[in-house]
Design a binder for this molecule. Structure first.
Ligand SMILES: Cc1cc2nc3c(=O)[nH]c(=O)nc-3n(C[C@H](O)[C@H](O)[C@H](O)COP(=O)(O)OP(=O)(O)OC[C@H]3O[C@@H](n4cnc5c(N)ncnc54)[C@H](O)[C@@H]3O)c2cc1C
Length: 424
């Protein structure tokens, strides 16, 4: 009886559930049917929801554990539209980045999303880095990245007088975007086409019944302070035809709570924090273009990014986090603190290509956390997009390891996921 009371209150918060989904009672927990459910309102979940309702006319409900959209990696990144240079040819990252970038620029132009195609220089500062730059040029060309050109250091330094380098790879298609405006626009379109966003609602697990996935959903408040996932109790069960697990950092821990899934195909997850420092006390930004060093293990190197207001920031570095258990991940208990002392590591890294960086000019800005599928020193790992054929649950697509270039790729991922779900 207590449970039912709580449940009725929960459903009452979600008008769409009352309007669009028919109810059936089930073992004391309220059960509702649904068409498509997207778990997570980050840029990828939002893009998938938009694609499903706009281009496939599906009725979509987005379930988000936070109190609003885009509070995860989608608002804690470099806001760079990547060209598609770094990734092995034919990998999902390479394909989605190139396709996603083209779709994104088109979308930004059509919908007035603030963005600038400012171009990027990847720089070699020591002789030993020059072969790596040549390697990136060949890789980018293989991936179909347009306009790549190797430059002598003197030409790059003429373009960017504060820069010091021996050679540079010029990528004219790279740019910057206001990711918040992008999410707002995609959401607006999704809502206009019938998608409902339900906040403060956490998907805590699932089971399969009569060949259909049953999603267990709880009010976020009621799972907030429980230590063990086994103590979590759903307020409602949804029975959707299609489910997209776009839960970002929590996608893998969540998939492990899907009873009936083939656990053997769920990859191990690793987390790598990346901190940013902003450049203080400047009247004119020292750079006009994005400046990237040669990539490092786990990230693209501490680079220069500019936002659309001309503010300059450096980052992200790579700090592997070893202490996040599944329950903390599912409760979004991530530590985004930027430790002031990390600046000591930034100065020498940045001065390799920007020698006149002043002492005490870096201020802690913000941090993001990458959901990685490979650990320190393990090398490249692709995005994983899993359908029934690999995990065994009908109508479910899992998105794992959607780190960079996930923002650039969001519309291409959405296209792919929708086609994968609806190919029959
Ligand atoms: C430091 C850093 C820099 C980056 N820079 C770039 C860049 O310059 N360019 C680029 O293209 N990409 C970049 N990326 C990658 C990009 O930010 C991500 O790939 C993208 O934002 C992922 O979006 P998402 O929707 O998958 O995940 P998220 O934005 O993390 O969204 C997942 C959502 O799911 C919700 N959620 C989690 N668990 C549950 C649950 N159980 N129930 C309901 N909701 C749940 C979360 O609250 C969250 O809102 C960067 C990433 C990082 C970390």
């Amino acid at each position: 009886m207590m449970k039912l009371k709580k449940l009725v209150g929960f459903v009452a918060q979600i008008p769409s559930m009352r309007m669009n989904f028919s109810s059936v009672a089930c073992e004391g927990i309220h059960k509702e049917k649904a068409d498509c459910v997207v778990i997570g309102a980050g840029v990828v979940g939002i893009a998938v929801a938009r694609e499903l309702c706009l281009n496939y006319n599906r009725n979509v409900l987005v379930i988000e554990s936070a109190s609003t959209f885009g509070t995860g990696s989608s608002s804690r990144n470099s806001e760079v539209i990547h060209g598609g240079i770094y990734y092995p040819p034919n990998s999902l990252k390479a394909r989605f980045c190139v396709r996603g970038r083209r779709l994104l620029y088109e979308y930004c132009k059509e919908h007035g999303i603030p963005h600038k195609q400012i171009g990027k220089l990847i720089v070699a500062c020591g002789n030993e880095e020059i072969p790596k730059l040549n390697y990136l040029l060949n890789r980018g060309n293989e991936n179909g990245v347009e306009g790549l050109r190797m430059m002598e250091g003197c030409d790059a330094m003429e373009l960017e007088p504060e820069l010091q380098c021996l050679k540079a790879l010029w990528s004219p298609t790279s740019g910057i975007i206001d990711s918040h405006s992008l999410m707002l626009s995609l959401m607006g379109e999704a809502e206009t086409h019938g998608t409902t966003f339900s906040y403060n609602s956490t998907v805590i697990g699932a089971h399969v019944d009569e060949n259909q996935i049953n999603l267990h959903i709880s009010d976020t408040k009621s799972v907030k302070n429980l230590d063990s996932i086994s103590e979590w109790c759903p307020d409602i069960t949804l029975v959707p035809k299609l489910v997209v697990n776009a839960a970002g950092l929590s996608a893998i821990p969540l998939a492990k709570c899907f009873n009936g899934i083939n656990y053997g195909v769920i990859p191990q997850c690793y987390y790598a924090r990346g901190c940013y420092f902003s450049l203080s006390n400047i009247t004119v930004p020292p750079f006009q273009h994005l400046i990237y060093p040669i990539p490092e293990d786990g990230g693209l190197g501490v680079h220069v990014t500019l936002d659309l207001d001309g503010n300059v920031k450096f980052g992200p570095d790579v700090e592997w986090l070893g202490d996040i258990d599944d329950s903390s991940s599912m409760q979004n208990k991530f530590d985004y603190t930027v430790c002031v002392d990390r600046a000591n590591k930034f100065y020498p890294e940045i001065r390799k290509y920007y020698p006149s960086l002043n002492d005490a000019s870096l201020q802690p800005a913000y941090a993001g956390i990458r959901p990685k599928l490979s650990g320190p020193g393990d090398g490249f790992f692709d995005f994983i997009i899993q359908g029934e054929e690999s995990h065994g649950i009908p109508g479910l697509v899992n998105l794992f390891g959607i780190e960079s270039p996930g923002l650039t790729s969001c519309m291409a991922i959405a296209e792919y996921v929708a086609a994968k779900l609806l190919r029959f």
